[in-house]
Design a protein around this ligand. Sequence first.
Ligand SMILES: [Zn+2]
Length: 94
Amino acid sequence: MGKLKNHYLVHQEQTLSSPQLGELMDQSARVEAWCNRCGHYQMMDPEHLINSLGPRVRVPEIGVYMECESCSSKDIAARPAYPEHNHLMLMAAE
Ligand SMILES: [Zn+2]
């Protein structure tokens, strides 16, 4: 069981580096993005982004194509949000 878990973690770290949108959708992950200027934060479905950008765009790059809803800045940061990670982050915050 321990070996299985290690394998899973290694696999996840590799995909964390810069996954494509299509890969995120396969993993039921989402994309979180925030504005570097005003801090506006948004969680998005990869499916929605694939419709406009295609499945092969890597997540850190999609910030280039986005614009902040609040301040119209184009200085957007994006990263994948895996369900497991959200859980870990919630636990760490408590
Ligand atoms: Zn903004």
